[in-house]
Design a protein around this ligand. Structure first.
Ligand code: CS2
Ligand code: MG
Length: 402
C-alpha cells in the first residue's frame, strides 16, 4: 500500500481550520486535523513544504515508523508547529488503517473500555449572576460536568467570557486584542462564584474552572485552598508549566485537583508532573501531542501514577480531532473526562461526523475510521480569515500570560 498524494485544506467555517487529507493507491483517504489557533498557516506550510514531499510513495500502514521518521528523524524537533503537523499525519494514518480494517478506530486500539464518554461543557457569563444562570442552562441540556468562567468586577474582557450570545471564541481579531489582568481582583472573586454555584445547584454537578496560566504557584495554592469547600472536579492550568517543579508548591498546599497540558506537545512536557504526581488530569490531545500514537504513550505513563486523561476539546480543535479523541477516550483505561465545546453549525456542516451527544455524554460512532470527513466543496466557500489569540497585560502595562 502506498500514499499517492496528500493535501492541506485551510478553511474558515466560523473559525479557521487546517485539515490534512492523505490519499492512497487503495482508494482510501485518511483525514487529520492540523489546526493551531492563530498560527494556522505556519502548520499548513510545515506540512505542505516539509512533510508532504516525504509522505509520497511511503506505506501508510507503518504508522509507528512514520511517527519516528517525522519526529526523531527531524533534527529540529518539538514545539506546537511540528507536533500539530505530526499529529495530523498520525491521525490520518490511523483513519486509513481503521478504514482498511473495516473497523471503528477504538477497535484497533484494543476495544471499548466504556460505553460512553463523560464530557464537560462551557458555561460563562459577564457577571456572577449571568454565569450562575448559564450553568443552569447546561444542567438543563443534560450536562453532568460544567466549566464555569465569569466576568470579574473591575476586569475588562475576562478570559472565557463570550461577547453577546455567541460561544466563546478567543481568536477574535487579525491582530491580538489587548486584555487586562488583575490577580487580587480574581482571587477575591473566584470563591464567591463557586459558593453561589453550589448554593444554587447543590453537590451533584461536577464543576470545573480554567485559570489559564494566570497565577504564580503561591497564588494558585491560595486559589485552590479557597475553592476546596466547593469540591471542584479540577482547577486547570493554575500556573505556567515550563517549570514543572512549580506545581510542587501548589500540590503541597491544596487538595483541589489539578489539570494541565492543553499546550503540551510531547511526553517530555509532562514527565516530571506525572512522575511526581503533581497533577490529577493530563489534558494533552490527539491534535497537539503527536496523534494517537504519542498520546497513548502519555496516557500509559500517567496511568502508572493514577493520573487520568481530560483531553482539550475547545472549538479550535476541529471535529476531526473530536472524532479521533472520542475513539481514544472510548478505549483509554485511565479516562477522566473530555472537554466538549460545541462547534458552530457551519463547522459541523463542513465536517460531517458520526459522534453524538446524549445526556451529558458523547458517543463515538461505528463507521470504519475515526468517523469524520470533510465536505470539500462547502469548505471552499469559507476562505481563511486571519485571527490571532488575545494578549494580556497587568494594569501597569506589564505583559502577562493570556
Ligand atoms: C482553553 C481554550 O478550552 C480550554 O481549556 O484553555 O479555550 C484555549 O484558550 C484555546 O484552545 C486557545 O486556542
Ligand atoms: Mg484551558
Amino acid at each position: 500500500m502506498k500514499i499517492t498524494a496528500a493535501r492541506v485544506l485551510v478553511c474558515c467555517p466560523g473559525r479557521n481550520f487546517v485539515t490534512l487529507l492523505v490519499e492512497t493507491d487503495q482508494g482510501v483517504t485518511g483525514i487529520g486535523d492540523a489546526t493551531l489557533n492563530g498560527r494556522e498557516l505556519a502548520v499548513a506550510s510545515y506540512l505542505t513544504d516539509h512533510v508532504i514531499p516525504n509522505l509520497i510513495g511511503r506505506d501508510p500502514s507503518r504508522i509507528e515508523d512514520m511517527w519516528q521518521f517525522l519526529y526523531r528523524g527531524s533534527y529540529w524537533r518539538r514545539g506546537p508547529v511540528q507536533l500539530s503537523a505530526v499529529s495530523a499525519v498520525d491521525t490520518a494514518l490511523w483513519d486509513i488503517k481503521a478504514k482498511m480494517a473495516g473497523m471503528p478506530l477504538y477497535q484497533l486500539l484494543g476495544g471499548k473500555s466504556r460505553e460512553r464518554v463523560l464530557v464537560y461543557g462551557h458555561a460563562n457569563g459577564g457577571t456572577l449572576e449571568e454565569t450562575v444562570e448559564a450553568v443552569g442552562r447546561y444542567i438543563d441540556m443534560g450536562y453532568k460536568a460544567i466549566r464555569a468562567q465569569s466576568g470579574i468586577p473591575g476586569i475588562e474582557k475576562a478570559y472565557g467570557v463570550a461577547r453577546g450570545t455567541l460561544h466563546y471564541e478567543p481568536a477574535d481579531a487579525a491582530l491580538p486584542t489587548e486584555t487586562v489582568w488583575d490577580t487580587p481582583k480574581y482571587l477575591r472573586f473566584a470563591p464567591k462564584l463557586f459558593e453561589a454555584l453550589r448554593k444554587e445547584y447543590g453537590e451533584e454537578p461536577e464543576l470545573l474552572h480554567d485559570v489559564h496560566h494566570r497565577l504564580t504557584p503561591n497564588e494558585a495554592a491560595q486559589l485552590g485552598k479557597s475553592l476546596e469547600d466547593y469540591r471542584l472536579f479540577w482547577m486547570e492550568d493554575p500556573t505556567p508549566a515550563e517549570n514543572q517543579q512549580a506545581f510542587r508548591l501548589i500540590r503541597e498546599r491544596t487538595t483541589t485537583p489539578i489539570a494541565v497540558g492543553e499546550i503540551f506537545n510531547t511526553i517530555w512536557d509532562a514527565k516530571e508532573l506525572i512522575e511526581n504526581q503533581l497533577i490529577d488530569y493530563i489534558r494533552t490531545t490527539v491534535l497537539r501531542a503527536g496523534g494517537i500514537t504519542h498520546l497513548r504513550r502519555i496516557a500509559d505513563l500517567a496511568s502508572l501514577y493514577q493520573i487520568r486523561t481530560g483531553s482539550h476539546g475547545a472549538t479550535d480543535l476541529s471535529p476531526v480531532t473530536m472524532g479521533a479523541a472520542l475513539h481514544f477516550d472510548t478505549w483509554v483505561p485511565n479516562f477522566g473526562i473530555q472537554e466538549y465545546m460545541r462547534h458552530s453549525d457551519e463547522t459541523d456542516a463542513v465536517f460531517p461526523h458520526d459522534y453524538h451527544f446524549a445526556d451529558g455524554f458523547l458517543h463515538c460512532g461505528e463507521t470504519p475510521g475515526h468517523g469524520v470527513t470533510i465536505d470539500e466543496e462547502l469548505a471552499a466557500k469559507y476562505p481563511y480569515s486571519p485571527a490571532q489569540l488575545p494578549v494580556a497585560r497587568l494594569e501597569d502595562g506589564t505583559m502577562w500570560s493570556w
